[in-house]
Design a protein around this ligand. Structure first.
Ligand code: ZN
Ligand code: ZN
Length: 393
């Protein structure tokens, strides 16, 4: 099967987070066929291939595998066959490119030495996949790398590569707060502890975190996207629920915001004489930090291989990633770059018309449809070029 056909097959058969059984089996089979030692079911559906090729550095290449609960609306002939599930974030591109890179590195093994570790990670979208692989003993089962390398396809011209040294992707935390009051009749508020008023006070007070506690030069977002209480106009409910998302580009800012949210929620409950609120920290992505020196080194290899015009610094991206955990756990640098996947001419036309947001579908859109080529070839070559830069020659 050609890589294009493999990609179309993956796109047609998307699987949700931690359910990537078919995708994992394909990755495992392709790795074995290329001569890798394969370990399956690391972190539930994760797959790792190891290719030992003499003494030399170990390099880890990572692709995530999961799809999203999105109903595909691309009209592609290879569109999703799974109702309500779609590779809307392009992780099928990542899987196909890593398979292609593994094949190419195996085929050219007389040209390099060292060890290649190919990681097919589950559940990036819900933020638990990388941690699940680490908890399952990833680095006891495979050699610890000197660098973690990976890529994410995005709405940039196909074939363009971009990495931002430093904080490259924002942190993202989901926080649920349940305010516990005392319900009663809407006409007798003095007999109740009204959780609606407390929740409203929390929402208002949370706005002071970014405006009063974060320095003007730092970037941070606190959004209450979900607020729910009550059933009827004349009933004071027992509880109110708030759902928050928090973004930052530094761990210090992130931890400061999480602490402030907890402090404000508790204090507003105390202020109203309510019991302690229930505060749950759900999905969590740390800031994704590209190590400066390693990123410069890898981008220089890209410029040498693909030309100056093919490599850019896209600046920090507001999306989030868990790939950084694989590098942090190993205590080694991360280099994670953007791989352009949009039709180049359409992209340029939309850019000059100022209609990028409308005409170039971004990740998570039901219309997200990367150009198969040159995206796949460039994605494979980028992984191979980056790996070869760090392997022995
Ligand atoms: Zn995504
Ligand atoms: Zn993604």
């Amino acid at each position: 099967m050609t890589l294009d056909a493999l990609y179309r097959d993956l796109h047609e058969h998307p699987e949700l987070s931690f359910e990537e059984v078919r995708t994992a089996a394909i990755a495992a089979a392709e790795l074995r066929a290329a001569g890798f030692d394969v370990i399956e079911a690391i972190g539930r559906t994760g797959v790792v291939g190891v290719l030992r090729n003499g003494d030399g550095p170990t390099v880890l290449l990572r692709a995530d595998m999961d799809a999203l609960p999105v109903e595909e609306d691309t009209g592609l002939e290879y569109a999703s066959s799974a109702s309500g599930v779609m590779h809307a974030c392009g992780h099928d591109v990542h899987v196909a490119c890593l398979i292609g890179a593994a094949q190419q590195l195996a085929a050219t093994r007389t040209d390099w030495h060292g060890t290649v570790v190919a990681v097919f990670q589950p559940a990036e979208e819900v933020g638990g996949g990388a941690q699940a692989m680490l908890d399952d003993g990833l680095y006891e089962k495979v050699p610890v790398p000197v660098v973690v390398l990976g890529q994410h396809v995005g709405p940039a011209p196909a074939g363009l590569l971009g990495a931002h040294p430093g904080a490259a992707f924002a942190s993202a935390d989901s926080i649920d707060i349940i305010v516990r009051g005392r319900g009663g009749h809407g006409s007798r508020p003095e007999t109740t502890i009204d959780p609606v008023v407390i929740a409203a006070a929390i929402v208002g007070r949370l706005q002071t975190i970014v405006s009063r506690e974060i320095a003007p030069q730092d970037t941070a977002v606190v959004t209450v996207g979900r607020l729910r209480a009550g059933t009827k106009n004349n009933i004071i409910p027992e509880r109110a629920e708030l759902g928050l998302t928090v973004r930052a580009y530094s761990e210090e800012v992130r931890l400061g915001m999480l602490a402030a949210i907890e402090r404000i929620a508790r204090a507003e409950c105390v202020a109203s004489g309510a019991p302690e609120p229930i505060i749950e920290f759900a999905e969590s992505f740390p800031v994704t930090v590209n190590e400066h020196v390693a990123t410069e080194r890898t981008m220089a290899a890209f410029r040498a291989a693909f030309g100056e015009a093919s490599v850019v610094d896209p600046g920090p991206v507001s999306g989030s990633e868990d790939v950084g955990l694989l590098a942090t756990a190993a205590g080694v640098p991360l280099v994670y770059w953007i791989l352009g996947g949009a039709h180049p001419e359409s992209y340029l036309a939309a850019a000059s018309a100022g209609t990028l947001d409308r005409d170039v579908p971004s990740n998570h859109s039901p219309h997200f449809a990367p150009e198969i080529q040159p995206t796949l070839d460039r994605g494979v070559d980028a992984l191979v070029t980056a790996a070869r830069e760090w392997l022995g020659s």
